[in-house]
Design a protein around this ligand. Structure first.
Ligand code: CUA
Length: 298
């Protein structure tokens, strides 16, 4: 049996016996830095106020959309802007390519704004008014953000997550008003509440009907409509969880019905002369994606 000799060279005598002073110092510095950085990282999360003050909850697009619908119905003015009285949670739905509804909140009052997505991942970005918020908005999760706007104004909301061809059009505003303005609006809405019921249009003769695509495709069920000259009314039913409306444009006409969510109806009426018009959804990006058609008036 042959003896196999090791090829490893033995260390020189005295090697590794003592750690030199500079290496010891280096080691101590490394350990101290590690401890300090770890403590700093943890402390930054716990004590710093840069954290986004958010809470999350599970939801579904259908359930969340119903919530936004109820909220908007209750607080929206005739331009579709929801005035959020202090102490009330606000609900906003992100869908390609809109933030719905536009919110009006009171300056100096903390407000909880819930946001969820009805389709794909969006990025909620709000800058201004002492805020600099960036949140990822995913479907099936509601993100609640507590914020206290500190100055009246109109602050831009944009989407900072690429979500499709109309991504760059996905913008809105957060409007911050003074306590007086909010009180005035709430008082005004209270007295007008009895009279603001939609004038039950009761299917006027020649009224046109259409339906938005139920599966969430950006389209109506028809692409062509015809009407006689005069007052033309189009009513759209929205069976999808996405916000849609019906609007008419062309030949100097520009009329828009209210934006509605699931099971809502949007009605637009315009006085039309003979000619060719476009009916479309005015939610940003929807017309460009194909939610439109031709209206021929004879
Ligand atoms: Cu939504 Cu980009």
């Amino acid at each position: 049996m042959a003896v196999t000799e090791s090829s490893v060279v033995a260390p020189p005598p005295g090697w590794g016996r003592r750690i030199p002073r500079d290496e010891k110092l280096f080691f101590i510095v490394i350990v101290m830095t590690t401890v300090l950085m770890t403590a700093f990282a943890v402390g930054w999360v716990v004590w710093s106020d840069h954290n986004v003050p958010r809470t999350t909850a599970h939801t579904t697009p259908a359930e969340y959309s119903a919530r936004v619908q109820a909220f908007t119905k209750r607080y929206a003015d005739d331009q579709g802007r929801a005035w959020v009285p202090p102490g009330t949670d606000a609900y906003m739905l992100a869908t390609r390519y809109s933030w719905y509804p536009e919110l009006v909140v009171q300056s100096g009052k903390e407000v909880m704004i819930w946001i969820s997505s009805g389709d794909v991942l969006h990025g909620f970005s709000l800058v201004g008014g002492g805020q600099n918020l960036n949140l990822e908005i995913a479907p099936n999760h509601a993100f609640g953000v507590r914020l206290t706007p500190d100055a009246p104004g109109r602050y831009r909301i944009i989407c900072n997550e690429y979500c499709g061809l109309g991504h760059q059009t996905m913008a809105s505003y957060l409007t911050v008003v003074s306590a007086e303005e909010m009180a005035k609006h709430v008082a005004g809405a209270g007295t007008a509440a009895g009279g603001t019921g939609t004038t039950a249009g009761g299917a006027a003769a020649g009224a046109l009907q259409l339906t938005a695509d139920a599966s969430g495709k950006l389209a109506y069920d028809v692409t062509e409509l015809a009407a006689d000259a005069g007052a033309v009314t189009i009513t759209m039913t929205n069976p999808s969880p996405l916000p849609h409306n019906i609007a008419i444009k062309g030949n100097g006409v520009d009329a828009k019905g209210p934006i509605v969510l699931k099971d809502g109806t949007s009605t637009v009426t315009a006085d039309l002369k003979p000619g060719t018009y476009t009916f479309y959804c005015s939610v940003p990006g929807h017309e460009a994606a194909g939610m439109k058609g031709t209206l021929v008036v004879k």
